[in-house]
Design a protein. Structure first.
Length: 328
């Protein structure tokens, strides 16, 4: 495949027919735009973090400080959309040496706590030294790597299937508030004798499908006759109504429990992924055997995804989703 074919293959998913139709003015305009963007020079700003990664690579490969870091033999680049790539047999020896390699955590000496997870340094080497514009995230709020302006969050799970953790969501104050309302109303309803089906759940541990019976309790309370009148007379009903109104506002007035559960799950996942790696970015899972899968993050596909609830969960305050089922 020559350079032009590679370029057309990488952008094919952007066109309705899977290729640019030169008889369609919209396709021609989009193709011209993509060509202009691809030929725009990318300025790479080397940072202290990049230099640290380079040092770690030299040490792992047995290179002296002034020796040039070798270029990978394989052809590695972002392909567009979700894709899988395998390390070249010629690069596997270096891959094995770099897979577990990481710089120390800031403020610590080499050999103490690792500053990054497995797979990140080797991914940096494979792609940056294959002439991709790769840089390291410069702050704790950044995604792990940047390919130009595209964020790439790196994981090292043992397989590409199944649920992958996104980390804790404690910074999402609004989502925590909504979950507290949902499960608080459920607990109140159960205390009043309206026991819900399913296991006992709370905001820090639940499956996506557990949100449905929780919202059923919310909707039951919302249907209380004369709720407005009761809210004007009793503080407890005023609090219930106020909290239900907050849920309706933040979740765009869902009409049933499943729709409400879907909206809550989508809100949580979107909030987390919009920061890391960002819409249009990637989650890259790097296996020890050299298989790498890049899941393209498209936040517009989450809200109406029928698979979301079955493939979303919160465990010990951390969000987990099956990327293959959501972004595969």
């Amino acid at each position: 495949m020559d350079v032009i074919e590679q370029f057309l293959h990488s952008i094919s998913y952007k066109f309705p027919k899977g290729y640019p139709d030169m008889a369609d003015p919209k396709d021609v305009a989009l193709l011209n735009q993509l060509i202009a963007e691809s030929t725009k020079p990318v300025v790479i700003h080397e940072s202290e973090e990049d230099a640290t990664y380079d040092k770690v690579i030299r040490n792992a490969l047995g290179l002296k400080e002034d020796e040039t870091i070798p270029q990978p033999k394989g052809n590695y680049s972002l392909k567009g959309g979700t894709f899988e790539e395998n390390v070249s047999a010629q690069d596997k020896l270096a891959f094995d040496k770099l897979y577990n390699t990481a710089p120390p955590k800031k403020g610590e000496e080499e050999g103490e706590t690792k500053g990054v997870g497995n797979g990140e340094v080797v991914l940096y080497w494979l792609y940056k030294y294959s002439d991709n514009p790769v840089t390291v995230g410069r702050s704790g709020d950044d995604t792990d790597l940047f390919f130009g302006d595209i964020g790439v969050e790196v994981k090292a799970y043992t397989k590409h299937t199944g649920k992958i953790g996104l980390g804790r969501f404690g910074a999402d104050k609004e989502n925590l508030q909504l979950l507290s309302i949902i499960f608080g109303i459920r607990a109140l309803s159960e205390a009043l004798g309206n026991k819900a089906e399913g296991p006992s759940i709370n905001p820090t541990n639940f499956k996506g499908t557990d949100l449905i019976p929780a919202f059923e309790q919310v909707l039951e309370l919302e249907k209380i006759p004369d709720l407005d009148r009761l809210a004007s007379q009793y503080n407890i009903f005023a609090t219930i109504k106020q909290n239900i109104d907050v849920l309706n506002e933040k979740l765009s007035n869902p009409t049933d429990a499943k729709e409400a559960a879907q909206a809550m799950a989508a809100k949580m996942v979107s909030s987390k992924l919009s920061r890391k790696p960002g819409n249009g970015g990637y989650l890259a899972n790097v296996l020890k055997n050299g298989s790498m899968k890049f899941f393209k993050i498209d936040l517009t596909s989450i809200e109406d995804n029928e698979n979301l609830l079955e493939n979303f969960m919160v465990k010990q305050s951390a969000i987990h989703i099956d990327f293959g089922k959501i972004f595969g």
